[in-house]
Write a protein that binds this ligand. Structure first.
Ligand code: PLP
Length: 418
């Protein structure tokens, strides 16, 4: 076979998709698997807002089927601007907002706009897909290995030494895969570091930009609060490009409406790139999302209900794992703060199940699949070491009543380990 581009030849497929294929094969072969690997929602459990659905249908009936403008229709950018102001207290003009088909094209075009091949890109590990976007753009990864003690979020001290010479710092809060967040103090200190670094750079030097991924920002629980760099330090507006959308906040992953916001000069380049990629959100979905976001009461009612259901599941799992830990099993969970994820530890390497040694962490993953029917994503799929005992569980497809059954079989399986 003939060789393709260096990029094509070096592409690494998604580890989660590989795992998902294996799980689907097992389900096809008749195994009962609780598949909590995907960062998605089961629409039967978590449907999109009714108003949004009705507005999408109406928009098609009204004939909104032509090309949208490359940066998104004006009423949607205006609605996003209002939404950001209401929920985060930040102000963005229409030319500082870019609409796209979900969050991914925004991340891709932002990388293209600020990262040259060979530029340093800083991101925490584990984290979602920063490794792929960095390699797609020829960036040099600068990975911060985070720890359980810090809820797997990067600390100021871990970030600081890497900023000189870096093109992009990727922050994600609430974070996929951990379901944890950056505190106000930490984010403030990171902003101060970025501002100081940019002040130090000469007028001809490329600035350090921040990718601020807040795809899950509305989904925070109990006393956890979300903070935006620009709300904390207004000077950060010149360097922060945020990624957001309806995918997670409104359980609308398949509707494909996202928005990026940042300084007008960067957004203009992202728009130019987007016009070649054609990765716009469909016209009718843009019209519908604009109408939905303006219905503040419907937005609030929906968010309260969605958050209530997600929080219930996350805490049920957290408490279930904690009870097993109290009973002496080597399992652990990080207190859930946000998003649809929870971080679990199954430190079972070296134990035996039905006479078979769990030699590697991959064996532990298979044990959870085979003995409990529990499918989770090991942190190594997000860039952590292959022998990391930590996992992401996603509750977007979780039926509450299944959890009793799962915890029952998990305890039985754990009890059989020797
Ligand atoms: C942290 C984070 N950012 C961005 C995205 C991309 O979202 P979208 O599905 O809208 O492209 C995801 C999707 O899983 C995500 O987890």
């Amino acid at each position: 076979m003939s060789r393709l581009s260096n990029l094509a030849e070096s592409l690494v497929g998604s580890e989660i998709v590989k795992l998902g294929n294996e799980i689907n094969n097992r389900i096809r072969n008749g195994e009962k698997i609780y598949n909590y690997t995907i960062g998605d929602f089961n629409p039967a459990v978590f449907p999109i807002p009714t108003v949004l659905k009705e507005q999408i249908i109406k928009a098609y009936n009204d004939g909104y089927t032509n090309y949208p403008p490359a940066d998104g229709i004006l009423p949607l950018r205006a609605a996003v601007s209002q939404f950001l102001n209401t929920y985060e207290g930040i102000s963005y003009e229409n030319d500082e907002i870019q609409i796209s088909s979900g969050g991914r094209p925004l991340i891709y075009s932002l990388f293209k706009a600020v990262v040259n091949p060979g530029d340093k890109v800083i991101y925490a590990v584990p984290s979602w897909n920063n490794n792929h976007y960095t390699s797609l753009n020829g960036g040099i990864p600068c990975e911060i290995q985070t720890t359980a003690e810090n809820n797997f979020m990067p600390t100021v001290a871990e970030i600081a030494p890497h900023l000189p010479g870096a093109a992009l710092l990727c922050l994600c809060t609430p974070q996929n895969p951990t379901g944890t967040t950056l505190s106000k103090e930490t984010l403030e200190q990171i902003c101060d570091l970025v501002l100081a670094e940019n002040q130090r750079r000469g007028p001809e030097e490329k600035k350090l930009y921040v990718l601020f991924d807040q795809m899950y920002f509305t989904l925070t629980y109990r006393d956890t609060k979300h903070y935006h760099p620009v709300a904390l330090r207004p000077e950060m507006k010149a360097y922060t490009i945020s990624v957001d959308g309806i995918s997670k906040s409104f359980a609308a992953t398949g509707v494909r409406v996202g928005w990026g916001f940042g300084p007008a000069n960067v957004i203009a380049k992202m728009k130019a790139l987007m016009s070649h990629m054609g990765a716009w959100a469909p016209m009718a979905e843009q019209v519908a999302t604009a109408a939905f976001l303006k219905e503040e009461a419907a937005v609030n009612t929906y968010l309260t209900d969605l958050k209530g259901k997600l929080e219930q599941r996350l805490w049920r799992i957290y408490e279930g794992i904690d009870q097993l830990k109290q009973k002496g099993y080597v399992v652990e969970a990080i207190v859930p703060q946000a998003a649809i994820y929870l971080t679990l530890k199954f430190d079972l390497k070296g134990k035996s199940y039905q006479g078979k040694l769990l030699n590697t962490q991959a064996d532990v993953t298979q044990f959870l699949l085979g003995a409990v029917g529990l499918a989770l994503v090991p942190f190594n799929c997000f860039g952590a070491d292959a022998d990391s005992p930590w996992y992401r569980i996603s509750v977007g497809t979780c039926q509450l009543e299944d959890l009793d059954v799962i915890f029952d079989s998990l305890e039985k399986a754990l009890a059989q380990l020797s």
